[in-house]
Ligand binder design. Structure first.
Ligand code: MG
Length: 336
């Protein structure tokens, strides 16, 4: 098993703002695993609010590679060994796990969804608009008029102005909002009351990740579906949020790859929670990986690759919000 990795710095088309920060470059990491002449790729998209950085991923990867089983197809053993070696570095684990699935699928000559027998209709994917001045956000909404579903970042003093401008630009759009934990429960309930007139369909992570009582308070105060994102990293967190929200956001980069994401999806479903599959700023490699589980989800937000200035991978993309299942073996993305 030949494993190598390198930093993958991905400038974004435009600065991307959420309630706590602005991002202009995604500092990701690319992992390459070669076995018997077949090459698998995986990607880490580390985020500081999960305690990770490009540097931490690069520092942990040698340790993760060390614990991999000899048989590259024994991915469950690899996942267990990596979780044991570094429990708190999900994107580093995801990069290796995804490379193993890519390799495995390529050796079998089929995409992972086919291997797992995942079929069904694929929900519409949203296009995310980051926080900026109202006219800038409205222009983004207009530029992406072919996307029927928008996800608007909120949690600023200007949310009403921003939504007003976006509604003027896109009276037709379906709108979801994501506060990324910006509010207290009281602030969230007040803010949602003001935003409801814009016809929003759901609200993501209204309160801080640790504020589970606040999450429950917001969920019981509004008719809108409330989803937990930062409050629910992986399958172990499902118990914490059950009964306190309507759905969870699953991301390969939060939980450590495809196998942990499948567990996260199934546990959420078993507890009667809805599931959104989300992403970070990732290449078409990461998005094609997430797409493998798309038919298992109620909502999709898989637009990370659409926000990049240059995509070093070709794979599936949510064109006009429509994603198709990858057809190439493995994760279904090829290096350009
Ligand atoms: Mg979110």
């Amino acid at each position: 098993l030949k494993v190598s990795f390198e930093p993958l710095d991905l400038p974004l088309q435009d600065a991307f703002g959420i309630s706590s920060r602005v991002v202009t470059v995604a500092n990701n990491v690319l992992v390459r695993i070669e076995h018997e002449g077949v090459v698998g790729y995986g990607e880490a998209a580390p985020k500081p609010y999960y305690g990770e950085s490009q540097a931490s991923v690069l520092a942990w990867l040698p340790r993760l590679i060390e614990v991999l089983p000899d048989e590259p197809g024994d991915i469950r053993a690899a996942v267990r060994a990596m979780e044991h070696a570094c429990a708190h570095n999900p994107s580093a684990r995801a990069a290796v796990e995804l490379a193993l699935w890519d390799l495995h699928g390529k050796r079998l000559g089929m995409p992972i969804w086919q291997l797992w027998g995942i079929r069904g209709s694929i929900p519409l994917s949203s296009y995310t608009i980051g926080i900026a001045a109202p006219d800038v956000m409205a222009e983004k909404a207009r530029e992406h008029a072919e996307f029927p579903l928008l996800k608007i970042k909120v949690g600023t003093p200007n949310d009403v102005e921003n939504l007003t401008a976006i509604r003027d630009a896109r009276p037709d759009a379906r709108i979801q909002v994501d506060a990324n934990g910006a509010w207290t429960a009281k602030e969230a309930i007040r803010a949602i009351g003001r935003l409801e007139e814009f016809g929003i369909e759901m609200i993501e992570q209204p309160v801080a990740p640790h504020d589970l009582d606040g999450l429950a308070e917001v969920t019981s105060a509004t008719e809108l579906p409330v989803y937990a994102d930062e409050a629910c990293h992986d399958v172990r967190d499902v118990q914490r949020v059950v009964g306190r929200c309507d759905g969870v956001v699953v991301k390969l980069q939060k939980c450590g790859g495809l196998w942990p994401a499948l567990e996260h999806v199934l546990a959420a479903r078993a507890h009667g929670l809805k599931v959104m599959m989300g992403c970070m700023q990732e290449t078409s490699l990461g998005i094609s990986a997430a797409a493998q589980l798309a038919p298992l989800c109620d909502l999709l937000d898989l637009d990370g690759n659409l926000l990049l200035a240059d995509d070093p991978f070709a794979g599936v993309a949510a064109i006009r919000g429509r994603l198709s299942m990858p057809t190439d073996p493995g994760l279904g993305a090829t290096r350009r």
